[in-house]
Write a protein that binds this ligand. Structure first.
Ligand code: NAP
Length: 486
């Protein structure tokens, strides 16, 4: 199988926050891999911008080290690294001040037709000011795009204000709100499986699906960004964006075409059809120390914190396709494994012709985002050998590494795919302003509810599967969480 690389025209990419953690771990190593794949035309420029005083050589040294650490096997090719670094330059710019804008302007190619992308890899308080600076210094033209990192707002009001602020300077078709979960190979494969096969879509509804589980489990705590996280929590940090986006892709109606607005219109309809969630269908948790790590409250440096580091909830989508089908969502820090999975659990066959002793299984389509991106479909077959008809559940494994061989080793990282989509002007995998607002409109009342009641999150041991009440949330419906393996 030959992988196809779609060429792009030469572009200018400015990374505000080009010295930060995200730029060093994800954005620039990702761009380097695209360079190795032949996707960065020779005349393209990549410009790092931040306040630190540095010249081009200093910036290239910084990024050389970042590539060696984070770009994987390709970084062993020293010539390729040096060739890539020649595309890089650096300008000291203060998003809040006047310094550096003229120098930046001079670096950009003076061509109305040329794609200019400005990646806002800075704190969210700078998104609005940066948009304004670009416009007032005449750097934004019709072929310019801005890429906005998360978090997009803290609630509906702030998200709406940010949308309005950006809209003063850029059209919606120039704004790329990133949710890197949408850039994951498996997430797109979910759409390929759903809409590219006859097998699944006819069964993809309340009649055949018992329930759906979406899990994003992490083993790390919040140490390092505790004060930011304590003002956010799992609902704002993970559910409102990442889990909600995954839910939309599972639940949406087939769009007429795989195009930005067709897909985003369908996702928006899903969010708007979500029912409010009763408080007794939400379990919030906070990790305690297991003796080897700090507790959440220690990490957050807030001994009285009521912020959740874990959340599990059950929700319903009120439409014809999904009536009465529960969606169980959970995400948390310091759990027993690092695993992100969507599990579509089908109903049992209406009648077993083999008798109750033969064993009955539900088909489960498991879509793993990490680790080992891939998909597995559990199917029931006869256990080999004599002795009657005993049934056994076996996985049909669609793990990329097995199915695609060497090509799978090069599964593109989410960030590099999304950046190339920005350059191509493809917004399909980016959130539209109304989608983000609708997601906040659903989460805000839930958050306001527990804040008004003063609910305390349930403690859970670091390294466990989360609070006991989260197990009860699903067990009382006669179902079980899938195990968190990582
Ligand atoms: P970071 O490590 O703190 O880096 C922030 C960057 O912004 C630095 O390059 C900093 O350099 C620059 N900066 C700060 N103030 C500035 C100003 N006034 N003008 C120009 N540049 C300025 O943050 P990060 O972790 O890379 O995160 C960046 C953004 O991505 C945030 O919105 C974050 O929420 C989001 N994000 C990050 C991750 C991640 O894994 N890190 C994941 C998802 C989303 P100077 O101080 O030299 O100016």
């Amino acid at each position: 199988m030959v992988s196809r690389v779609i060429p792009v025209s030469p572009f200018d990419l400015v990374i505000f926050g080009g010295t930060g953690d995200l730029a060093q771990r994800k954005i620039l190593p990702g761009l380097f891999r695209r360079f190795v794949a032949g996707q960065i035309p020779t005349e393209s420029r990549i410009i790092g911008a931040a306040r630190a005083d540095m010249d081009d050589a200093g910036y290239r040294d910084l990024i050389r080290a970042a590539i060696e650490e984070h770009a994987g096997k390709h970084s062993a090719d020293k010539d390729a690294v040096e060739d890539f670094l020649r595309h890089l330059s650096y300008v000291p710019v203060d998003a809040m001040g006047e310094g550096g804008w003229k120098e930046l302007q001079e670096l950009l190619v003076d061509d109305e037709e040329r794609v200019r992308a400005f990646y806002f890899s800075v704190g969210p308080n700078l998104f609005g000011p940066l948009a304004e600076q670009l416009r007032s210094h005449g750097l934004a033209q019709r072929e310019s795009r801005i890429v906005v990192e998360k978090p997009f707002g803290h609630d509906l009001e702030t998200a709406r204000a940010l949308n309005e602020e950006l809209a003063q300077h850029f059209y919606e078709d120039q704004i790329y709100r990133i949710d890197h979960y949408l850039g994951k190979e498996t997430v797109q494969n979910l759409m390929a499986v759903r809409f590219g096969n006859m097998l699944f879509e006819p069964l993809w509804n309340a009649q055949y699906i018992d329930h759906i589980q979406i899990t994003v489990a992490e083993t790390v705590g919040v140490g390092g960004r505790g004060s930011y996280y304590d003002n956010s929590g799992a609902m704002r940090d993970m559910v409102q964006n990442h889990l909600m986006q995954l839910l939309c892709l599972i639940a949406m109606e087939p769009p007429a075409r795989f195009e930005a607005d067709a897909v985003r219109d369908e996702k928006l309809k899903v969010i708007r059809a979500l029912d409010p969630v009763d408080p007794d269908q939400i379990v919030r948790g906070q990790y305690t120390s297991d003796g080897t790590c700090a507790s959440y409250r220690e990490d957050a440096e807030n001994p009285a914190s009521k912020t959740e580091s874990y959340i599990a909830l059950k929700c319903f989508i009120s439409n014809w396709r999904w009536a009465n089908t529960p969606f169980y969502l959970r995400t948390g820090k310091r759990l027993s494994g690092r695993a992100s999975e969507i599990a579509i659990v089908f109903k049992e066959t209406p009648h077993s012709i083999f008798g109750i002793d033969s064993g009955r299984h539900r088909n489960v389509l498991s879509i793993r985002l990490q680790p080992n991106e891939g998909m597995t479909l559990g199917v029931t077959i006869k256990e080999p050998g004599p002795g009657g008809m005993r049934l056994v559940d076996v996985p049909l494994d669609m793990t990329f590494a097995d199915a695609l061989g060497e090509q799978a080793e090069d599964v593109t990282d989410a960030y590099e795919r999304l950046i190339m989509d920005v350059i191509r002007g493809n917004q399909t995998l980016f959130m539209r302003g109304d989608e983000v607002e609708a997601a906040w409109a659903w989460t805000d009342p839930l958050i306001e509810g527990w804040e008004r009641r003063g609910d305390n999150p349930k403690p859970y041991d670091a390294g466990s599967a989360g609070p006991d009440d989260a197990a009860f949330l699903i067990n009382r419906d006669g179902r079980r969480w899938r195990s968190i393996k990582g």
